[in-house]
Ligand binder design. Structure first.
Ligand SMILES: Cc1cc2nc3c(=O)[nH]c(=O)nc-3n(C[C@H](O)[C@H](O)[C@H](O)COP(=O)(O)OP(=O)(O)OC[C@H]3O[C@@H](n4cnc5c(N)ncnc54)[C@H](O)[C@@H]3O)c2cc1C
Length: 416
């Protein structure tokens, strides 16, 4: 069924009896050409592009829970392509371009909102770094705009730019950045992949790999063995746990990241703002809640819940730039498990086991990535070659010292 304004009106006039389930609930087949493990943003996008762009129809996505239950439905919904390094910027710009056509591509309203993102500047050194980053973005075809304090004050009059603990000295804006409704991304990709013949199998946990003579033949699951020509792993925070089933030890640690939503407020925040002197980022949802987050929790964990010191830290960041929020009530908060690689950048690569491929290490920046990540992973799975925008995301960079260290200071596992 194709979704359209006409369809909404027709269904409204006829008692909403014509809506079909967004995707089927098939029994797993005994064998697929390609099995993707993980029904999050990356796994589902991979399935969509495999079917749509690379002509692969015998594909299954195996999800241990339900679609949208992982980080894809837990994040703070920010999309952007404001990166510095050559290994990253072309990839994230490719992703942003795909976001711009995503709703038409998958025929699903994902509420893609290019309301702009603004990184605040609080020191002269930070201004130099952001000018450099903005230039790198422009060189890679992205948009970047250095804003003065006066320009920021005009758009965000409530910001204290002058006598705050961290005065605002300008900002780096990317006007094409913004937010997307996170779980709608999962639903849209799932529906589109399903309509092209992909089997989406929920409540099915992968518990092992069948590896014979160095080749992966399929996966053991809670619903029995599923044979596969190729297996692609895209389980985000569970990457280390899953790959340990194939006796692989990854350069990845898992940590909790929390997100927060305030009670509904009148429109106050037209775009996404990030604080440059601490870890705090915020946008306002269409329902009025302020959606915000900060740093990951300071210990390794696979629990999807966080601890109070980080809540305090994030709220301090909020108060530093939005003191007016002191009386807003926190409505709810939750956690997701982040897969932090040892240089903070992702991995999209084949493994040393024939037929076994890996996609992970997205940590807390992976929601903006599924379009490009899915496309690149599908490219790798279907053609056996890395996609040009993801050619740096290889395992081998850790052996060769070719880190993609965006902040130039490592991932800082010692601090987390
Ligand atoms: C609080 C929070 C805020 C964030 N904010 C942002 C943001 O603003 N911008 C941004 O770019 N990124 C953000 N992120 C990061 C982003 O959400 C993640 O990097 C990204 O969603 C991870 O990829 P995914 O969607 O594929 O993961 P997931 O949705 O977690 O998908 C992985 C799936 O694999 C399944 N799985 C695991 N093990 C197995 C198994 N053995 N068998 C079968 N299935 C399995 C899981 O159940 C899960 O559904 C945030 C994350 C969190 C938690």
């Amino acid at each position: 069924m194709r979704y359209s304004g006409f369809r909404v009106i027709k269904e409204a006039l006829t008692g909403h009896k014509g809506w079909a389930p967004a995707w089927r609930d098939p029994e797993p087949a005994s064998h697929y050409d390609i099995v993707i493990i993980g029904g999050g943003g990356h796994g589902l996008a991979t399935a969509h592009y495999l079917a749509k762009e690379f002509g692969q129809a015998r594909v299954a996505v195996i999800e241990k829970g339900w679609i949208g239950g992982g980080n894809v439905g837990r994040n703070t919904t920010i999309i952007r392509s404001n990166y510095l390094l050559d290994g990253n910027e072309p990839f994230y710009e490719f992703s942003l371009k795909l976001w711009e056509g995503l709703e038409q591509d998958v025929n699903y309203n994902a509420m893609v909102s290019q309301r702009g993102i603004l990184n605040l500047i609080h020191s002269d050194g930070q201004r130099d770094a952001f000018i450099r980053r903005g230039n790198a973005m422009i060189l890679n075809g992205a948009d970047a705009d250095m804003l003065s304090t006066a320009q920021i004050k005009k758009r965000y009059p409530f910001l204290n730019t002058d006598d705050a603990r961290f005065p605002i000295k300008g900002g780096l804006a990317q006007h094409r950045g913004g937010t997307v409704r996170h779980d709608a991304v999962a639903w849209g990709y799932a529906r589109s992949a399903d309509s092209r013949g992909v089997d989406i199998i929920q409540n099915c946990e992968v518990t092992g790999f069948r590896i014979e003579d160095g080749k992966c033949k399929g996966v053991e699951t809670t619903r029995g063995f599923i044979g596969a020509g190729k297996v692609g792993c895209a389980v985000a925070g569970n990457s280390s746990r899953l790959m340990s089933l194939a006796n692989m030890r990854l350069p990845i640690e898992s940590h909790v990241l929390q997100a927060f939503v305030s009670e509904g407020l009148k429109p106050v925040l037209p775009g996404v703002i990030t604080f440059g002197a601490g870890h705090f980022y915020c946008s306002q949802s269409d329902k009025g809640g302020l959606v915000f987050g900060g740093d990951i929790d300071g210990y390794n964990s696979y629990a999807q819940r966080g601890n109070l010191p980080v809540v305090e830290d994030v709220c301090e960041g909020a108060m530093a730039i939005f003191p007016m929020l002191g009386r807003a009530r926190l409505l709810r908060m939750w956690g997701g498990v982040m897969d932090m690689s040892m240089d903070g950048s992702p991995i999209i690569d084949r493994t040393h086991i024939e037929g076994l491929y890996f996609n992970g290490g997205w940590c807390y920046g992976g929601f903006k990535a599924p379009p490009a990540s899915g496309f690149a992973f599908a490219h790798l799975l279907a053609r056996g070659e890395p996609h040009p925008t993801a050619s740096s995301y290889r395992f081998g960079r850790f052996e060769k010292g070719l880190m993609i260290d965006e902040k130039g200071m490592g991932n800082q596992p010692n601090l987390h």
